[in-house]
Design a protein around this ligand. Structure first.
Ligand SMILES: Cc1cc2nc3c(=O)[nH]c(=O)nc-3n(C[C@H](O)[C@H](O)[C@H](O)COP(=O)(O)O)c2cc1C
Length: 270
């Protein structure tokens, strides 16, 4: 997913810390609007805009910058750092600008940032050391969830089962064919059968039949090594707490997962 993040962080670099965390999670390009960038956004799947909250809204220069971009039909997320403990309506003005440009707001994030202006001089600043490691962790989590939410197979489980291949449900998604039951989904139309997923999956979810297929999804532990290593982004893991719980219970009450995992280790050792 091609992603770009524009930011302005003029006071203490607070927003930049958050932007950097998001950049890492999304493998995004990070661009300061102070460099007056002129970038054609038509190629990007996701665009982020963030700044400090200055006088109850995003930085006015960021708002102006956004108002000059072509955002029609684009997935956009916005973020901010602020002094006040709660966000309130601070994001409203920027959201209005984006909606006016027909952009689609897919997520919002805000956290506290150090401020030593106005009355806060009395206590030598408020929100000391913010954003901190926890704020950055939350920013990464937000970005990670966004990436997953926008994955082309995110809603594949909702498409009806059109048939079976080797006992695995097959669904149609537009012109694509997607193999998968409830947890692991593979777009067999875009898969290039490189077998990386077979090599990296510690639980042997994938196997080569005529083509690569997710043949044993019940063992999936949601490690996402397959999806992260897929060169064509053809794999989607439908992560959920319940899937996690299911696998934790199996792990506690059965030795099948251990045997399945050991089998591969032994194979690799020989
Ligand atoms: C000129 C100015 C105006 C500000 N206005 C607000 C405000 O209205 N509400 C708020 O919660 N914080 C306000 N703040 C605090 C900043 O939003 C906060 O310190 C932010 O983390 C700064 O981010 P930056 O270092 O990326 O510029 C203001 C700070 C400055 C310098």
């Amino acid at each position: 997913m091609k992603t770009i993040i524009f930011y302005r962080s003029s006071y203490r670099g607070n927003t930049l810390k958050i932007a950097e965390s998001m950049k890492d999670a999304l493998s995004a390009e990070l661009v300061s609007i102070d460099s007056n960038p002129s970038i054609d956004l038509s190629d990007y799947d996701l665009i982020g805009f963030g700044s400090a909250i200055n006088f109850a809204a995003h930085d006015i220069r960021l708002q102006r910058f956004v108002s000059l971009q072509n955002l029609k039909g684009k997935n956009v997320f916005i973020f901010s750092t602020r002094c006040r403990p709660f966000l309130g309506a601070y994001h409203k003005p920027l959201k209005k600008v984006i909606e006016g440009k027909d952009g689609i707001i897919t997520g919002e994030f805000s956290c506290r940032g150090f401020d030593r202006t106005g009355p806060w001089v009395l206590m030598d600043g408020y929100n000391k050391a913010r954003p901190n490691e926890r704020d950055r962790f939350k920013a990464r989590l937000f970005a990670e969830k966004l990436r997953w939410k926008l994955h082309p197979l995110a809603l594949a489980h909702k498409n009806p089962v059109a048939g079976y291949s080797d006992g695995i449900p097959i669904r149609r998604k537009g012109s694509d064919t997607v193999a998968g039951g409830k947890v692991v989904f593979l777009n067999t139309s875009t898969c290039i059968n490189c077998e990386k997923c077979i090599k990296v999956c510690p639980m042997h979810i994938f196997a080569r039949r005529d083509t690569v297929l997710p043949t044993d999804e019940k063992n999936c532990i949601q490690c996402r090594l397959c999806a992260d290593n897929c060169p064509t982004s053809s794999i989607y893991i439908r992560e959920s707490f319940l899937n996690g719980l299911r696998i934790a219970l199996r792990e506690s009450f059965s030795d099948k997962l251990q045997s399945s995992y050991n089998a591969e280790n032994e194979k690799n050792e020989h």
